[in-house]
Ligand binder design. Structure first.
Ligand SMILES: C[S@@+](CC[C@H](N)C(=O)[O-])C[C@H]1O[C@@H](n2cnc3c(N)ncnc32)[C@H](O)[C@@H]1O
Length: 226
């Protein structure tokens, strides 16, 4: 498959990752780190009378967790981080346990949460991450629970659900060895690839929406950090 964008460190494909996994089954490398952020299928749901947040197709997809967990584990040798909705967290962890991996659930505490509806219920300021590791995965961090604390990227800036660069840099520095390769099959605006470049790691990304591929390619090509 021809890459949509490529440079010395990163390669980006514009396609449906399910087709990519099926068509490249024989030659998918074993990635050192899978760092990905599939649609949570959460924020577009009916909001019980409260106003709706609309993040469009970037968030609305019923992800087949069992199938993806198997793909991520089969084609990696190190760690896997999957950002997910709170209701999806235990399902991801269960699937990785079935695959004989060690797991942890973690959170990112956003210091600037959206205040929409916050007069009616708790502000939505915690995001969940499922972590799983193969034996001997690279890990370079001070002793700590899986907890991140910091600001989110404003929604209007780039992509409706973009993650902040600092968050992915911290994960890559911790769990991808120097010279290793990070994989993100739900790449969005390319935060994983940009963070990998900043950390001097290689990365491969896949995104189904061409508008987001274009955004990522511009970002990576120009070295624009957002
Ligand atoms: C939550 S967003 C990722 C945002 C990303 N972390 C960032 O910082 O920009 C999920 C992305 O997955 C993409 N996506 C959904 N289904 C996909 C599929 N089957 N193959 C590839 N990309 C897909 C969506 O278009 C969306 O951009």
């Amino acid at each position: 498959m021809t890459p949509y964008y490529q440079d010395d460190l990163v390669t980006l494909y514009h396609c449906d990752n399910r087709e990519w996994y099926i068509h490249h089954r024989e030659d998918i490398p074993n990635f050192d780190l899978v760092l990905t952020d599939p649609p949570y299928n959460e924020v577009n749901r009916k909001s019980n009378g409260l106003s709706r947040l609309d993040r469009g197709e970037a968030d609305s997809l019923e992800v087949d967790i069992e199938w993806y967990a198997d793909q991520f584990a089969t084609h990696s040798t190190g760690s896997i981080y999957v950002w997910c909705g709170m209701r999806q967290l235990s399902k991801w962890l269960d699937e990785f346990v079935k695959l004989d991996m060690s797991v942890r659930g973690g959170v990112w505490h956003k210091t600037n949460p959206s205040l929409i509806n916050a007069q009616h219920l708790w502000a939505s300021g915690l995001e969940a991450v499922a972590f799983a590791r193969h034996a001997k995965a690279y890990f370079e961090h001070t002793i700590s629970p899986l907890y991140f604390h910091g600001r989110s990227t404003p929604m209007t800036d780039v992509h409706p659900t973009a993650k902040p660069l600092w968050l992915f840099e911290e994960i890559i520095e911790t769990s991808c060895p120097p010279g290793g390769t990070v994989f993100d099959p739900f790449m969005g605006s390319g935060t994983t690839l940009e963070a990998a470049k900043k950390c001097g790691r290689k990365a491969v990304g896949i995104e189904v929406n061409e508008e987001y591929c274009e955004l990522a390619a511009k970002r990576l090509g120009q070295g624009v950090l957002f």
